[in-house]
Design a protein around this ligand. Structure first.
Ligand code: SAM
Length: 264
């Protein structure tokens, strides 16, 4: 049940600096006295304000966080948020990220080279959320570049299909938070019926089109031409690893958020 789920009234009500402290350096001299040397230097050098950075990538139903950890070094300047409904799993991922941040800080011999370069794993975080109900509480219209739906629960029985995280209504919510013309939804599953379901709903939706097959290939399959995110979601997710161990098949589809038609 959602009774004990805490969620923000709006994206502006979220405490983003608490999730990504290295990306939100304090912005006055009082705050700077308490800041880490790197954060203080970054603020003085750039005059950055606390409100400048926003999450641009969401991993919906992130499970144990493998995708977040795989994506972190691939897009180090981008804030990535995992959303997970199970509280103990969310807590596990939060602890995992915290440990990785500490481990990397204590093992790196020299401080980060420039104010723009952040410590490893500073750009990923995880919150507990039921994304089927509260996605627009976390993200503004057009905010996201990418949404990942990796190995969503298949809910095999027809009477359970309403629990699937892709439906016409949810596709409209994904379209709302994605940037028109650029935003992408990445899907992967080992259940062919669910793959067809997701492809059916996104292609039927007026805000989405499926990208050409060449753009659904991983970079390693195409001498670097393909999409590194496809490789990462195939290999870094816990479910992806499990399917590989069992010799299963992985079905991938990527959809582009198209521009809205002009008003008549
Ligand atoms: N994406 C991960 C992976 O590929 O390894 C985990 C896949 S697991 C099969 C599906 C995850 O989605 C579970 O961790 C589940 O708790 C989460 N989930 C299911 N419904 C959700 C919802 N409405 N909001 C957020 N997370 C949800």
């Amino acid at each position: 049940s959602d009774h004990n789920l805490v969620y923000p009234a709006s994206p502006a009500a979220m405490d983003w600096p608490a999730l990504y402290p290295d990306f939100f350096p304090p912005n006055d001299e009082d705050d700077l006295t308490n800041a880490t040397p790197d954060a203080a230097q970054a603020t003085r050098a750039t005059g950055a304000t606390r409100a400048c950075k926003r999450v641009e990538v969401a991993d919906i139903g992130c499970g144990f966080g493998g995708l977040l950890i795989g994506l972190a070094p691939a897009m180090p300047q981008t804030l990535i948020l995992g959303l997970e409904i199970r509280d103990h799993v969310t807590e596990f991922v939060q602890n995992r990220i915290h440990a990785l941040r500490l481990q990397n800080r204590s093992s790196s011999a020299c401080p980060t080279a420039s104010p723009d370069e952040k410590p490893a794993f500073a750009n990923i975080a995880c919150v507990r959320a039921n994304t089927m109900k509260f996605l627009p509480n976390f993200f503004d219209k057009g905010q996201l570049q990418k949404i990942f739906l990796c190995f969503p629960d298949p809910h095999f029985k027809a009477r359970k299909h309403k629990a699937r995280i892709v439906s016409p209504t949810l596709a409209t919510e994904y379209a709302y938070v994605l940037r028109p013309g650029e935003g992408r939804v990445y899907t992967i599953t080992d259940v062919e019926d669910l793959h067809k379901w997701m492809v059916g709903h996104f292609t039927a939706h007026p805000s989405f089109e499926r990208v050409p097959p060449s753009e659904e290939k991983a970079d390693e399959e195409t001498d670097g031409e393909g999409d590194p995110c496809v490789r990462i979601m195939r290999t870094a997710t816990e479910e992806g690893k499990k399917v590989s161990r069992n010799g299963g098949q992985k079905f991938v589809a990527v959809f582009r958020r198209v521009f809205d038609p002009p008003w008549p």
